[in-house]
Design a protein around this ligand. Sequence first.
Ligand SMILES: Nc1ncnc2c1ncn2[C@@H]1O[C@H](COP(=O)(O)OP(=O)(O)OP(=O)(O)O)[C@@H](O)[C@H]1O
Ligand SMILES: [Mg+2]
Length: 289
Amino acid sequence: MRTIPDSIVVGIGKGGSCKTTLATQLSGIWASEGKRVLLADLDMQASATKVVGLDPDQHGAGRHLMDSIMYGDDLVTVKARDNLDVIVAGRHTKTLSNHLVTASGPAEAFALPFEKLMASGRFDRIVFDLPPSGSSRLADMAMQTGKYLLVPTSAGVDNIDGLRVLAGELDELESEILLLGVVLMKISAGATRMRADAQRDVAQILAGVADPFQTIIREAGAAYDDSRKAGLFLHEYAEWASTISVRNQIQGRIKIPTNLSDLAREFYSLADEVDDRIALAERLLEGRQ
Ligand SMILES: Nc1ncnc2c1ncn2[C@@H]1O[C@H](COP(=O)(O)OP(=O)(O)OP(=O)(O)O)[C@@H](O)[C@H]1O
Ligand SMILES: [Mg+2]
């Protein structure tokens, strides 16, 4: 089985579990810190493409990845920020997914363009944003050929049950993908007991596979929506907000959500934790060779 070097798959999880939020915000932070990141949008809804501020239809609507996998063209990437390029998704992403259902050697065909890009030395890291579980062949291919897996989840019985299924699936999956950890998302900052319970449940379910991340991303829908409306990553929006004078804020001319800087800080500390786990995994994998 082949593995795409330095690839992080953000996935497994129903619609709205924050896969795209996690994939895009981490990509943005890593790029701002100097890592050359390729964000690969594998969802025909093109949410990640839109979060970084690109219009899918103006950039091929998924044609680049389709042409590369189906016809062997060089994979086209679109620049979104310094150090951040995107594989744009869109309506052609669905055509590609359907093609892979009947293609022979689909995992190899999927992995090849990404392997070539990584071999070119243009990028340090690929982040895959997956569509909802079970909805696309592209998600299966990324799970089979990705190196690391990052899973977002919220608290609550249904979500935690979903993790149990995940733990079972990971056992059965024909894949060498390594679970870096589960990220608890959208949990109220004040819900101390819920936070502790969720962290304990995740630790139990994934015992022996991966530890939960210490960082929990708080519920802060308004702050998140504001950053989206501004067309900025959370860390960019928080930086801009810090330049707004107190006078303007007090007089209500510009309203900054109070929890914005906390939310941005949490994504920074999560990005560091993920980096640490990747570094640890790399050391362990090297030791095995
Ligand atoms: N910290 C937060 N607090 C509250 N809501 C949030 C937060 N971050 C993101 N959201 C909201 O959560 C929702 C789900 O986000 P997202 O698009 O990342 O999910 P997804 O798993 O990628 O969904 P899909 O499976 O459809 O691709 C969005 O509506 C977003 O506005
Ligand atoms: Mg999504």
